[in-house]
Design a protein. Sequence first.
Length: 214
Amino acid sequence: MLSSLNPATGLTFNLHFLQTAFDTLIDSYIDNKVGIAENFLNATLANQLREKLAALHSQGHFQSAGTGNEKIILHDKLYRSDMIYWLDRKHNDPVENEFFDLMDSFVLHLNSTCYTGITGYEFHYAMYPAGSFYKKHLDQFRNNPSRQYSMITYLNPDWQEGNGGELRIHHADSEQDISPVSGKSVFFKSSELEHEVLVTNTARLSITGWLKVG
Ligand SMILES: O=C(O)CCC(=O)C(=O)O
Ligand SMILES: [Fe+2]
């Protein structure tokens, strides 16, 4: 498939670049249980998604996390204090759709290289205002095993040490802190790894989602 494309269009290059990002994410997941790809999003798409998120948030479209799709989560500000907005192809938003196209490519690549059998996904924008956090938790609900893999992509181009809001992964005998830097994606098994979002000192933007079966 790759070789049938005209290199002059740049498509071949883009596909190779994408595959490298996909493989980086998958290989690091296999090696360390937590996949990390620093440049999963290119800077243009990351900026467009960040601008879209900011606009939707300022127009009042975000809801407190824990309400809406998963009523089972306790609506408890002591547990998590982020705000979310679910992405949907039905919005016909070109930037959201570009993100979905990227995820479609990733899922195809994941299924064909790792036989993961992913059949669906869900993603939401997340906004953690200064002072917010998400305490230690697992992403797979006890009564619903459909969430197989968690995937978080960050949209904070100016993040610096001291801003807080790191993703802390709790491994069996160690902790791993991941900075929420723009373009970076993190990928791990939803049923396996407990994790938390440390208190952020500045607004922290991201897209969080789950790859699902069934
Ligand atoms: O934003 C993150 O780094 C993690 C978010 C998270 O754990 C969740 O939404 O379940
Ligand atoms: Fe989580």
